[in-house]
Structure formats: C-alpha cells, structure tokens
Write a protein that binds this ligand. Structure first.
Ligand code: 13P
Ligand code: SF4
Length: 298
C-alpha cells in the first residue's frame, strides 16, 4: 500500500504533510512532519497541486486558507479537534460585543470562521512573540486558557482568557508529573504549553512539539519525560537515536490524531475525496490573521 500511495502522490503532484502526533505508519509516508507552525508555512510555500493533510480538520482548513488554488484533502472527515470546538464565531462575536475594543489572538487550533474574527493567529511555538508584537497592552486570547495563562506569565500585557482547553493536555496533573519524575529521576521534563500552568511550572522547558524534538537533540541530557500527546514519542526516537524518552502518562492520547489510516490516504487520493475548502468570505479575513502570524516567522 505504501508504494501505491507514493505513486499516486507523484501522479497527482501531491504533497503529504503530517503532524508530529500522527501514527508512525503515517509519519513514515509523509513528505514532511512538523508542528502546527512548520506545517502552516510549508502549506503556504509548496508548489504541489494537492495537499494531503494528515492531522485534524483545522490544520487542513489552514492549508486551504493559505493555498486556495490547491486541492486540500483531509483523509478522514472525523478527525477534529475538541479544543477548536470550544469556540464558535457566534460566541466570540457575543464576547467581543461585551468587552472593550482590543486585539484578539487566536490559537491556530480553531475554525477558519473564528480566525476570520481575530486580529492575529498564534501557535504553541510563537504565542509569546505574537502577543509581544502587538502595540496594545491588553488583548483577548482564544480558545486555550492554558496557553493564555502560560503566555501571560512571560509578558507584562494583560491577557483576557477564553475558557477552552485541550482535553488531553489539560488532564495532566502535578501528581502525574511527580510520579514520572520519581520513576525517572535523571530525566528532563518537557511540557507543552497546552498543559496547565502548575504543570508547566514543573518543566525544564515548555515547548511546541517540534521545539521538544530540537531541545532533546541539542541537550546534553540523555533521558526525557515527554509532557505532550504520546504520538511525539515516535519522531523523538527517530530523530534523536541513543536518547531515552518516557511518556509522562499513558493517558496522553488524542483519539482524533489517530483516526487517519493508510487506507484513508489511498482512498482520498484515488477518489480525490475529503476536500476541505474555506469559502472566500471567511478565507480572506482568516488569511489576514494567519499571514500576520507567518510574517513574524519569516
Ligand atoms: P504543536 O505541534 O504546534 O505544538 O501543536 C500541538 C497540538 O496540539 C496540535 O493539535
Ligand atoms: Fe486538539 Fe488537543 Fe488533539 Fe491537539 S492534541 S488535536 S489540541 S484535542
């Protein structure tokens, strides 16, 4: 099946992008694996005609926002993000109507319609940089309250919260980290900024998924406790052979990130099914928010 998929990708001038949490067999098929920021930049830059996005729905939408002339395929339509579902454009409009005028920083883990109402997007890799790039002293950050609180601790700006979270990262507790540290006393603990602030406070480093891969590669340490979704264990082991990685807890599994199978990829490429296309009236304002973010990374 791998060979057939590769052949179809070539025939259709398609690129296969996979998030770092995807199952090993999907990452092995991908032209590029990465965190949300890297995948957005690659989706903007590729000259392929087709982007097969192995991640969740908002990631495919972001690719469609950036590359409207390309066909963007999400191989399994059920792959969503529970955090992105914790904010709707209607609810955001209502909140904005009740508060003073201020910029809205929206995590890319959100729908295109929410991005369209926002000033600028951010990812876990650049949230602080994005917040500090604003002239205003006060802002609203959506939808992840943990990312907002973790960012607020590093800036003198006032950050208003949206009460959403990643259910997977939010379930990690201080006791879980204590138990992992006790089991692996020599290991460094890396935490994702979607974790609760009290968990991030215990970390040796708070990083995006690709940030963790770089940190592990560059660190003198040889053992690491991985405070994010357990799919990251695979690229960590691949890219830093000889080092040891321990999941912080075996409850760190995002079911949505495991929905796409090689068969789904084969089917979507064969039938050109699973297209994700953002309508122009949403895409154009959403693009402004995404482009403002990407401009900071260039
Ligand atoms: P990053 O890979 O950008 O750190 O994102 C984590 C995540 O939860 C994506 O769904
Ligand atoms: Fe959404 Fe969390 Fe799953 Fe990422 S890990 S897709 S933020 S639910």
């Amino acid at each position: 099946m791998q060979a057939t998929i590769k052949k179809l990708l070539k025939e259709k001038n398609a690129v296969l992008l996979a998030h770092n949490y995807q199952p090993p067999e999907i990452q092995d098929l991908a032209d590029m694996c990465g965190d949300s920021l890297e995948l957005s930049i690659r989706a903007a830059d590729t000259d392929a005609d087709v982007i097969v996005f192995c991640g969740v729905h908002f990631m495919a939408e972001t690719a469609s926002i950036l590359s409207p002339q390309k066909t963007v395929l999400l191989p399994n339509a059920d792959a969503g993000c529970p955090m992105a579902d914790m904010i709707t454009p209607e609810a955001l409009r209502q909140r904005l109507g009740q508060m003073a005028d201020m910029p809205v920083v929206t995590y890319v883990n959100s729908s295109a319609a929410v991005k369209a109402l926002s000033t600028i997007c951010c990812t876990s890799a650049n949230a602080l940089e994005v917040v500090n790039s604003l002239d205003e002293k006060e802002l609203l950050m959506t939808p992840d309250r943990n990312l907002a609180r973790n960012t607020a601790r590093q800036t003198d700006k006032t950050i208003h919260l949206w009460d959403g979270c990643c259910p997977i990262h939010d379930r990690l507790t201080v006791d879980d980290v204590k138990a992992a540290r006790a089991a692996h006393p020599d290991a460094k603990f890396m935490a994702h900024p979607e974790c609760r602030p009290e968990v991030v406070e215990m970390a040796d480093a708070a990083l995006s998924t690709s940030g963790m891969i770089r940190f592990a590669a560059e660190s003198d340490a040889t053992e690491f406790i991985v405070g994010t979704e357990n799919g990251l264990l695979y690229p960590l082991a691949q890219k830093t052979p000889g080092k040891k990685f321990y999941p912080v807890s075996d409850k760190m599994i995002c079911a949505d990130m495991k929905k796409i199978t090689p068969q789904d990829i084969l089917d979507c490429l064969t039938n050109m099914s699973g297209q994700v296309k953002v309508p122009e009236d949403i895409r154009v304002p959403a693009l402004a928010s995404v482009e403002r973010m990407i401009a900071l990374a260039r």
